[in-house]
Design a protein around this ligand. Structure first.
Ligand SMILES: Cc1cc2nc3c(=O)[nH]c(=O)nc-3n(C[C@H](O)[C@H](O)[C@H](O)COP(=O)(O)O)c2cc1C
Length: 401
């Protein structure tokens, strides 16, 4: 479920060329169920008319501080009190300077000054403007004052030049908003998450692998990071984009997964092993591509090390969570694995079911603990499953200290 649902969000829009991304940002927020009020500066209206934002938000756009509005509820103070969050996208160098220096000479700058909610700034400007010492000084002060700021990226700028100054993409701004609005109940945890399949090469072009997409592990990494944990994501080959702000380590084989996991394990307070690590690898990796012949061939496989078992033996005070992907005797197999691997929690996953397990965006799992309690969850999006697993982690941490 999107955290923006039912939230009152103010989008401040200022006079920069990146304003072309603001209607899309607004649409995405409305899609999430947020109530959005747009406030435009005078210069923003040189680029886009308020009509666009009014149509997309379904609300009158506020453009002036001294405007007789039919409703007193949208004065700068009332709006500042009601809003759950203010997002300024794009944020010009000009409004950065005004906010950093306590200037309130229009509706947006005055509103920000009166706000008690979080304010997120998404700067966008020419790279020389961004590098300007006054702008950098303002950025530093704003961060010290508790403003949230999503750094501009490198790339082609609208002015035809290239450099740092490009406004963050809409998805990044939405993610940052989610992060700002989410409670940081996992702060202090350093969570190591493994995800995806491993690929065990037969020759330079072929490998043995499995159907894991990595979606569950990536969802866990995303949610854990949003909830304030420091996250290390070790992933086998997937087509997914790693969540921002996590330490991302890409591996190929089970042996590489083991090496990276054991290294990162040292500093971790929690380990969640959702990767589908291959149990076996070809005994020989051919240097050259195997040629087709008329006869059958037999593959010799050797056992890969059991990473989870190794972690279980050395877990110390860490919390260890594993996954069991099964096609039969789900609970029995999962409970056996929980015991054998010294886990605190196991997430049992019947991968033979439709819409559940590998590749799917949803998952239906049972969370089983050491006391034998089985929490049977309904079919849910993997993001929600991740939230519930992390809630259990939180409970365990409270008990264990
Ligand atoms: C075509 C054009 C593009 C501009 N793009 C930007 C920009 O991307 N970032 C920025 O900080 N200022 C940009 N400016 C300058 C701002 O519009 C100017 O500083 C203005 O005073 C900002 O007012 P506001 O912050 O109240 O909207 C641009 C100006 C023009 C004419």
């Amino acid at each position: 479920m999107c955290i923006l649902k039912g939230k009152e969000i103010v989008i401040g829009v200022t006079g920069g060329i990146a304003i072309c991304k603001s209607p899309e940002l607004l649409r995405e927020m409305v899609k999430c169920g947020a109530k959005v009020q747009v406030v435009m500066t005078k210069h923003a209206q040189e680029f886009i008319t308020p009509l666009t934002f009014q149509t997309l938000s379904g609300n009158l756009v506020i453009t002036q501080l001294f405007h007789l509005l039919p409703e007193s509820k949208i004065s700068h103070v009332a709006l500042a009190e009601r809003a759950d969050m203010i997002v300024i996208a794009p944020t010009t160098a000009n409004i950065l300077g005004k906010i950093a220096n306590g200037i309130g000479d229009d509706m947006l700058s005055t509103l920000v000054m009166a706000a008690k909610c979080p304010v997120l700034l998404a700067p966008a400007m020419n790279y020389r403007m961004w590098a300007n010492p006054a702008v950098q000084r303002n950025v530093k002060h704003l961060k010290q004052d508790g403003y949230h700021l999503i750094e501009p990226g490198f790339g082609d700028l609208a002015c035809g030049e290239e450099g740092k100054g490009r406004m963050a993409e809409v998805e990044e701004i939405l993610e940052e908003m989610e992060e700002v609005l989410t409670g940081k109940d996992l702060q202090g945890e350093r969570i190591l998450i493994t995800a995806g399949p491993t690929q065990e090469p037969l020759d330079p072009v072929r490998f043995i692998s499995n159907r894991s997409s990595g979606k569950m592990g990536y969802a866990l990494a995303h949610v854990a990071q949003k909830r304030g944990a420091e996250v290390i994501l070790i992933s086998g080959p997937t087509s997914l984009i790693p969540p921002r702000k996590v330490k991302f380590i890409k591996v190929g084989t089970a042996l590489e997964m083991r090496e990276a996991t054991l290294r990162e394990f040292q500093e971790a307070t929690v380990v969640i092993k959702s990767a589908a690590v291959a149990d076996y690898r070809p005994t020989v990796k051919e240097e050259r591509k195997l040629k087709k012949s008329d006869s059958s061939i037999t593959l010799a496989l050797e056992k890969n090390p059991d990473i989870l078992e190794e972690l279980g033996k050395n877990k110390g005070s860490r919390i260890l969570i594993g996954f069991a992907a099964e096609t039969e005797r789900l609970i029995k197999n999962a409970q056996d694995k929980l015991k054998a691997k010294n886990l605190d929690l196991i997430i049992a996953n019947d991968v033979s079911q439709e819409n559940s397990g590998f590749s799917s965006d949803t998952n239906q799992v049972k969370i089983i603990d050491q006391e034998g309690t089985i929490e049977d969850l309904p079919l849910l999006p993997k993001g929600e499953v991740a939230e519930l697993i992390l809630n259990r982690l939180k409970e365990m941490r409270k008990r264990k200290g």
